[in-house]
Design a protein around this ligand. Structure first.
Ligand SMILES: O=C(O)CCC(=O)C(=O)O
Ligand SMILES: [Fe+2]
Length: 438
């Protein structure tokens, strides 16, 4: 790593200390504001090591605040402090730009992007872009890269499944070793001739259409709220041809992302961890022995704009009342066997399948009574029924619930109407992109 890199990183900051300080918000405790000023002063006076040390203190201090209450109660100011701390810490690391330090600086900036709030017009995003060029270029997908020691980090306390006060998704993950057995016990096992590729019956199959017009989609599916698979709509998206494990590693392998580990929610071991995409692919996609890990419901395309260029927003979203920038785009990337238990979401959804196939079961919102949602407010959008191990003694009405199902394949988009219940199991290594829109 050379001083050119440091210059490129420095170029992302304002030219003078006065300009830098001009952007600070003074809402937090005085000693914290002073810490930020001090760190900035050191940065601009040419003592970046001290800047880095103060950054460390700010990160630790604000991390406590971020973790001291539920995520939605954390004030934005503390998330800003965390971002500033990450910025200063990264600048300290970049001042002695060894390979390890630059990798660590990239991780620190990603932590700021994931857990902090945007500061200085996304300065962390710009710095990451510079660092990523240097780090990812060296980490092409090969066996040596995969065994690189990557720093492991503790559980993420932020709950990324919380969307708003009303919408907490209590999805939990099912363990690998139970999957085959459980599918055997599935209430509809007679409809599942092959464990790996369930075949939906003709009477329950989700309809498929090739590039319907906006009017047709609106009249026949959006207004009556009926699911449908749209084909031929995303064939031209670059991701369809470009995305492979190799490509994802090349573009994003060194980036830190949240990964769900485990298991069903009755399992106390279900957790989330932060790790690089390289580590995720190594441990959870290529190494079949390990626990199921799922890069689930993560706004990856906000974090990694390079990948956003490979996707688009389905035209049909314009039929909604909201603006395009209100659409939530999530990535769902994982091995075969990831399970999203039966749940509902508060918005319309286009689930675009890019890599691999998924088995999806859908129940209309009218079936809610028969699906036994949890009573707790936190899990009210999740069914108590385990679709792969149905207990009809406990949930007798479940057998009456009508459903539709499909195997969603690459290049297809599934329209899931608002609040329609969905259960999803990946049959292959899979990458889906969901669009929640209104
Ligand atoms: O693909 C999955 O595992 C879950 C997707 C989902 O629940 C959604 O897009 O709302
Ligand atoms: Fe969902």
């Amino acid at each position: 790593m050379d001083s050119l890199l440091l210059d490129q990183v420095r170029a992302q900051l304002p030219g003078t200390l006065e300009e830098f300080l001009g952007r600070l918000g003074p809402e937090v405790e005085r000693k914290v504001t002073e810490g930020i000023r001090d760190a900035a002063g050191n940065l601009y006076r040419g003592t970046p090591t001290q800047c880095g040390m103060l950054g460390d203190v700010l990160v630790d201090y604000s991390w406590e605040k971020l973790n001291s209450r539920s995520w939605k109660e954390v004030e934005r100011e503390w998330r800003c402090v965390y971002s500033y701390g990450c910025l200063f810490k990264a600048m300290g690391l970049c001042s002695s730009p060894t390979k390890e330090n630059v990798k660590e600086a990239l991780r620190v900036c990603d932590m700021g992007l994931l857990m902090g709030a945007e500061v200085m017009d996304n300065v962390l995003g710009r710095i990451v872009h510079v660092l990523q060029g240097a780090v990812c270029a060296e980490q092409r997908f090969d066996p040596d890269t995969l065994s690189l020691e990557q720093k492991h980090h503790g559980p993420v306390s932020r709950d990324p499944r919380v969307r708003d006060d009303q919408s907490v998704k209590g999805q939990k993950r099912m363990r690998d070793n139970k999957l085959e057995d459980d599918l055997m016990n599935c209430s509809s096992s007679e409809k599942v001739p092959s464990l790996l590729t369930p075949v939906p019956g003709v009477d329950t199959m989700v309809r498929r259409l090739h590039c319907p017009s906006l009017e047709h989609f609106k009249e026949h599916f959006l207004i009556p709220q009926k699911p449908v698979i749209l084909e031929g709509v995303i064939d031209h998206w670059p991701c369809i041809k470009k995305w492979s494990l190799d490509y994802i590693q090349r573009v994003a392998g060194c980036r830190t992302v949240p990964v769900e580990l485990g298991s069903r929610y009755t399992d106390a071991e279900w957790s989330q961890r932060l790790m690089t995409i390289n580590e995720f692919i190594d441990k959870h996609i290529l190494n079949k022995q390990s626990n199921i890990g799922y890069l689930a419901q993560h706004q990856l395309f906000e974090q990694i704009p390079e990948l956003k260029q490979d996707i688009s927003i389905p035209d049909y979203c314009c039929l909604g009342e909201g603006n395009e920038d209100e659409i939530t785009i999530n990535a769902w990337f994982g091995p075969a066997g990831t399970v999203s238990p039966l749940h509902q979401d508060p918005q319309q959804n286009f689930l675009a399948q890019i890599l691999g196939r998924k088995h999806i079961r859908l129940y209309s919102v009218d079936e809610t009574e028969n699906l036994y949602p949890f009573e707790s407010s936190i899990l009210h959008n999740t069914s108590q029924v385990d679709l792969e191990n149905t207990d009809l003694n406990k949930f007798p009405r479940f057998s009456q619930a009508a459903y539709e199902e499909c195997i969603l394949s690459p290049g297809q988009i599934l329209f899931i109407p608002v609040k329609w219940w969905h259960f999803i199991r990946a049959l292959d290594i899979s990458f889906s992109v969901s669009y929640w829109w209104s």
